[in-house]
Design a protein around this ligand. Structure first.
Ligand code: ZN
Length: 294
């Protein structure tokens, strides 16, 4: 076995438990703990992180889980007892082009000389599950005593709103000549009761892909293994849940970059959302098998 295939085998073993989480809602703390566990097993000399999430107040729980379980335990100290990821918090959780290059430079610390760094890129779209009525309503939140869209940015996109951040979200959903927004709005293709959920799933998936396209055009300052994780937070009255939608690995530790993906595809009409008690799960018959390029 070549050293390259040994490296790939070790990487797959370290990521196995994370891969088993794909499509299944788990509490936000558990998802972040699994990311920590996988990161630890990968044995990097340094760990850096980019967190992309929506500005919405409801995403604080997800942010804090990642901060507590991953950032504080793995990232380099900026100053005494102070670790932080590179953060992109904006309406709709949009990855902004060029961010990978800046963050990669930050985390190319002296510790990575002779070793490699792991750069985690976690992308969280979100959707609320309101259980205050007789049955769950997805995409609505009882916020401060009033009914509220959540994610409000994705709801505005689905309603045909215009604003620079909505145009940016739209551009990503319409990339590669595929009109995923039209699929979301077509009741024959996506059940309107699941529309907000499917919008969050495909948005996270596509924003993660945008980050990977950036990784593909960037030469890192030190050997880097990127793990890119599209996720959807399920905002609840109780502790929030989270679904890992897929897992990209982009290995740029050698001269060549090798990208692999496993997880949900990019067609929202293919997603099969089901509920098991109060937790959600999503399957995609067209799920990209391990090893698929983006
Ligand atoms: Zn939002």
């Amino acid at each position: 076995m070549s050293s390259e295939s040994e490296t790939r085998g070790e990487r797959l073993a370290a990521l196995e438990r994370l891969r088993q989480l794909i499509g299944i809602e788990r509490p936000v703390d558990e998802v972040s703990r699994e990311i920590w566990s996988a990161a630890l097993r990968l044995g990097a000399a340094e760990v850096g992180a980019i967190h992309v999430a929506c500005s919405d107040e409801s995403e604080l729980e997800c942010e804090q889980a990642f901060q507590t379980e991953v950032v504080q335990r793995l990232l380099p100290r900026m100053k005494s007892a102070h670790q932080a990821p590179f953060r992109l918090f904006n309406p709709g959780a949009r990855y902004e082009r060029g961010s990978v290059a800046i963050a990669e430079g930050h985390f190319a610390t002296p510790a990575t000389a002779g070793g490699f760094k792991l750069l985690l890129v976690k992308v969280n779209a979100h959707v609320a599950a309101d259980w205050t009525g007789a049955s769950a309503v997805l995409g609505r939140l009882n916020r401060y005593g009033r009914d509220s869209a959540c994610c409000g940015a994705l709801a505005a996109l689905l309603a045909g709103g215009r604003a620079p951040f909505l145009d940016d979200l739209r551009e990503v959903l319409e990339s590669d000549g595929k009109d995923r927004l039209a699929a979301l709005l077509d009741p024959a293709r996506v059940d309107p009761r699941r529309r907000a959920f499917c919008a969050a799933l495909v948005s996270a998936r596509m924003q993660a892909r945008r980050a990977v396209l950036d990784i593909q055009s960037h030469r890192p300052k030190s050997p880097t293994l990127y793990i890119v994780l599209p996720c959807v937070t399920i905002n609840r009255e109780s502790r929030d849940g989270e679904i890992l939608c897929g897992l990209y690995t982009a290995d740029h530790r050698g001269d060549e970059l090798a990208v692999e993906y496993v997880g949900l595809g990019d067609d929202p009409s293919a997603y099969e959302v089901r509920r098991e008690l109060e937790r959600y799960a999503v399957e995609d018959p067209g799920t990209s098998p391990p090893g698929t390029a983006p």
